[in-house]
Write a protein that binds this ligand. Structure first.
Ligand SMILES: NC(=O)c1ccc[n+]([C@@H]2O[C@H](COP(=O)([O-])OP(=O)(O)OC[C@H]3O[C@@H](n4cnc5c(N)ncnc54)[C@H](OP(=O)(O)O)[C@@H]3O)[C@@H](O)[C@H]2O)c1
Length: 268
């Protein structure tokens, strides 16, 4: 069993801990939950899913993988303690948004870094995580990380770390765009006189069915749009409004803005 330390057991850290245990990638005897918040330490101890320690604990030096799941602004302080105990052979997997591999390497004085960008559906093992790695990482260590990340959904390796800004804009922030679109579909249903729960069921099942159709079918997105749009019909009436308001270019511009913001927020 692999020995794993998760540093920062807030929302994301806890999701990872539970995912690793669910898929038996590790056991609670081999899982270190490294947390500084005393209230959280107590609730983690009560959960009995791993050994709760702080970042100076020497047990961290026995771990194959050390996961950084603290807020980016907390990393610099954390690194001062962590670099005293980290094993030179451990892989460090960071899920901290915007924190570049070279910065983590320099702060920890440690070459073996993987930087991953997950998204919210990791909570139900339906996440999308893209990751990049430092050149020093050997294939077996990379596969070890891949096996861990894939307990939370799909994974994608990117050779160019810079592309993680686009990933952040698309799949990282993406769930919020989806919720936003859904919210207005439901609102529109209510405006047309439907009960909220009826509107919500119609919107959710339509999104789910449409996703499975594009995921399993052979047509392009344009062909699927055309197959719902008959001349002079209802879909055409709605799409005409989308096009008049240039919704397509609004979406592209919005994502480019998110990508630019990711670049501005990068910690190098
Ligand atoms: N949430 C998402 O959808 C998402 C998506 C992609 C990436 N991420 C990344 O995931 C990371 C974690 O996010 P989160 O929402 O899980 O944060 P969170 O709930 O605030 O959890 C972080 C935990 O780490 C603790 N901590 C801070 N410094 C520590 C130290 N030196 N030693 C041990 N524990 C320490 C914090 O304690 P205190 O509360 O006392 O500070 C907190 O309990 C962030 O870097 C974020 O960018 C999140």
């Amino acid at each position: 069993m692999k020995k794993i330390a998760i540093i920062g057991c807030g929302n994301m850290g806890l999701i990872y801990a539970n995912s690793f245990l669910r898929y038996k990638i590790t056991s609670k005897e081999n899982l270190l939950l490294v947390e500084k918040n005393t209230e959280r330490q107590n609730s983690l101890s009560a959960m009995n899913i791993g050994k709760v320690v702080t970042v100076t604990d020497i047990l961290i030096s026995h771990c194959d993988i050390v996961i950084l799941a603290v807020k980016p602004q907390d990393f610099k302080d954390l690194a001062q303690d962590l670099k005293q105990v980290i094993n030179p052979n451990s892989v460090v997997l960071s899920i901290m948004a915007g924190t570049e591999i070279s910065f983590i390497q320099a702060q920890l004085n440690h070459p073996l870094i993987v930087r991953a960008m997950p998204n919210l559906p990791v909570e139900i093992s339906m996440g999308m995580t893209a990751y990049s790695a430092s050149n020093e990482l050997a294939h077996d260590k990379m596969m070890l990380v891949e096996n861990l990340l894939s307990t939370t959904g799909r994974t994608l390796y990117l050779k160019e770390e810079k592309q993680l800004n686009a990933v952040t804009a698309l799949s990282g922030s993406g769930p919020a765009y989806f919720f936003y679109f859904m919210k207005y579909l439901v609102d529109a249903g209510i405006s047309m006189g439907l009960d909220e729960h009826v509107s919500s069921i119609l919107a959710k099942q339509t999104m789910l069915g449409s996703f499975h159709l594009i995921n399993n079918g052979q047509k392009t997105l344009d062909e699927y749009i055309a197959s719902v749009t008959s001349k002079g019909g209802t879909t055409e009436a709605a799409l005409k409004i989308f096009n008049e308001h240039q919704m397509g270019s609004v979406i592209v511009t919005a994502l480019l803005s998110a990508e630019q913001r990711a670049e501005e927020l990068s910690i190098k």
